[in-house]
Each structure stands twice: as C-alpha cells, then as structure tokens.
Design a binder for this molecule. Structure first.
Ligand SMILES: Nc1ncnc2c1ncn2[C@@H]1O[C@H](COP(=O)(O)OP(=O)(O)OP(=O)(O)O)[C@@H](O)[C@H]1O
Ligand SMILES: [Mg+2]
Length: 291
C-alpha cells in the first residue's frame, strides 16, 4: 500500500492522518511484506486523544487479518506477555491447559495462520522490566513460553503497534526497535469534520459545539479531547430540547473542573450554548422538511 492509498483508506473510515503518518504506516507495512526476521513495529506517541490507539486498530482493519490487543499496566510481566499459569486449570488439575500463552506468544501463534496486528497499548504504564521482554520478540519474533521452548512469529505476518503517553522515558533498546510516530492534535477544521461524521450531526452543530468546547478548555487550561466532543455532540443530538440541556451536557462532557462548569454558565458560555441549540433546531428542521 502506498502512503496515498493509506491516507485515502483511513479517510474513508473517518480517520484523518497527514502524509507523515501515512508514510510511516506504509513503511511498516512494506517491511512486513519483505518478511524479515525482525517484527515490524510502530511506537505511536502524543497527547491523550490524538488517535494513538484508534490508528492501530484501524490498521488491523485495513489488513483484514487477525487482531490482538493488550493494555499494559504496572503489573504487566512475563506471565501476561510470554506465558503464565491458568489458575483455574491448575486447581482443577487439568495439566494440559495449565499453561496459558501470553499476548506475544498468542500473536506469534496467530501469525502462523494469518496476517496479524498486535496492539500493545500504553507501553509506558508497564515497568522497564516488562518493556525489556519485548526486545528479543521484536528482534527475532521469538516468544519464550517455557525453558527452552519458543513460539516464533511467521516472518511477514505480524505487525506490532505500540502506544505510549511517555509518562516515563523508554529504553534506548526499545526505541531502536520501533519506528517512532508522534501524533498531533487535529486542526479546528479537521476536528469539526470528525465530530460531524462520527456523531452524525450537521456541520453547524459540530462547529458551534467545538467553539464551546474550546471556550471551556481555555477556562480550565486544558482542552477536552476529540472523543469527548464527539460523545457530547451525539448526546445532545439525541436528547437536547433546550439551550439548558446543551449547557448540562457540555458541563458533563467538556468540563472537568468547577472552572469549566462556571465557563459553561457564564454569559459567553450561555451565548455559545444558545448558538449550538439554534444550529441543532435548524438541522432538525431541515431533516424534517427533507423527510
Ligand atoms: N486523526 C483522527 N481522525 C479521526 N478521529 C480521531 C483522530 N484522532 C482521534 N480521533 C477520535 O478520538 C478517539 C480517541 O482516540 P484514541 O483513543 O485513539 O486516542 P489516544 O491517543 O489513544 O488517547 P489516550 O492517550 O487517552 O489513550 C478515536 O476513537 C477517534 O474517534
Ligand atoms: Mg489510547
């Protein structure tokens, strides 16, 4: 797949990426096709809500093969990544099913049958020791499941998409094994397109709601994410019958602190809620007239 076709394909799924992201994804897919011993990987970083996880999931969809997902956390370790013990089977004395494959071993196994994308979400939440377990896997596709026993990924059939909020620095060794892709927040225009498409609301509703969200974000010193805006837009399209309802839902989705809530109910905030409601009424009127 060329960068241009990836860009088009993602856009048709409602996901906006630029040429930089498309080039990195195309390169990872090309490495996959070459089928070397190392596992092709992308480490997506960037602020919350910039689409790090969503992009990995979409690439799996694009490839149309197998998909595995693991959200890493403080306690992630060898049992979760390589192989562990199924406590229930152990207690029941079912020797054959006592060993449970960890996510890397499962991915290696799945890649024997079909092209597979493994999303390792929030790698920065795992310990450095857990991160170290990824190193040999990325280099050789080998996951150790018992002393002297490995499951090996099929060359050309596995892609690892890792995400990180960079709450701690990653090891040099990990960084060497992944293409790094930093994702940035969308522009205002792109945001409005995404809100309108994903919440299925008129562009005018999306644009006024986005303005309200920005105003609340300024009061709080931190903007709400695009997914909060999408869900707010979907909620208000479903139930809002007054500007008061818009304010209540804006406070629920777009304000995190009292300062944000105060902004919703300030003079300017109420004007913006009125504007959102006016757009909503217009869109509903238009739909009724069309129907
Ligand atoms: N570029 C984009 N195009 C379209 N939608 C997007 C884009 N970026 C984010 N979104 C929307 O925002 C939602 C949240 O994105 P996602 O959860 O992938 O962000 P994230 O970077 O993984 O955040 P976190 O750091 O909180 O895990 C997506 O499901 C999608 O609806
Ligand atoms: Mg995420």
């Amino acid at each position: 797949m060329t960068p241009a076709s990836i860009l088009k394909n993602l856009a048709s799924r409602g996901h906006i990426v630029g040429p930089r992201e498309a080039a990195v994804v195309a390169a990872a897919l090309a490495e996959m096709r070459r089928g070397g011993r190392a596992v092709p990987g992308v480490l997506a970083t960037g602020a919350p809500g910039t689409g790090k996880t969503a992009l990995g999931e979409l690439i799996a969809e694009l490839l149309g093969g197998g998909f595995l997902f693991a959200q890493l956390h403080e306690w992630s370790g060898a049992d979760e990544l390589l192989a562990g013990v199924d406590a229930a089977a152990a207690v029941a004395g079912e020797a054959a099913s006592v060993r449970r494959l960890g996510i890397l071993a499962q991915a290696a196994e799945m890649s024997q049958r079909q092209p597979t994308v493994l999303v390792l979400d929030e790698v920065d939440k795992a310990s450095e020791a857990a991160e170290a377990l990824l190193l040999d896997f990325m280099q050789s596709g080998r996951a150790s499941v018992a002393p002297g026993r490995h499951v090996v990924a099929r060359p050309g059939n596995l892609l690892v998409w890792a995400t990180s909020n960079e709450q701690r620095p990653h090891s040099e060794a990990l960084l060497r094994r992944f293409r790094r892709l930093r994702l940035y927040p969308l522009t205002r225009r792109e945001r409005i397109d995404v809100i309108a498409a994903q919440a299925v609301v008129a562009r005018g509703v999306a644009a006024t709601l986005d303005r309200l969200a920005e105003y609340i974000g300024e009061a709080e010193g931190a903007p709400s994410s695009i997914s909060e805006r999408v869900r707010c837009a979907a909620d208000l399209a479903a139930v809002a019958e007054s500007s008061d309802d818009i304010a209540a839902l804006a406070a629920a989705w777009l304000a995190r602190e009292q300062a944000g809530e105060a902004a919703v109910y300030s003079r300017r905030g109420r004007q913006l809620c009125d504007a959102v409601f006016a757009e909503l009424v217009m869109a509903r009127g238009g739909r009724r007239a069309a129907g």
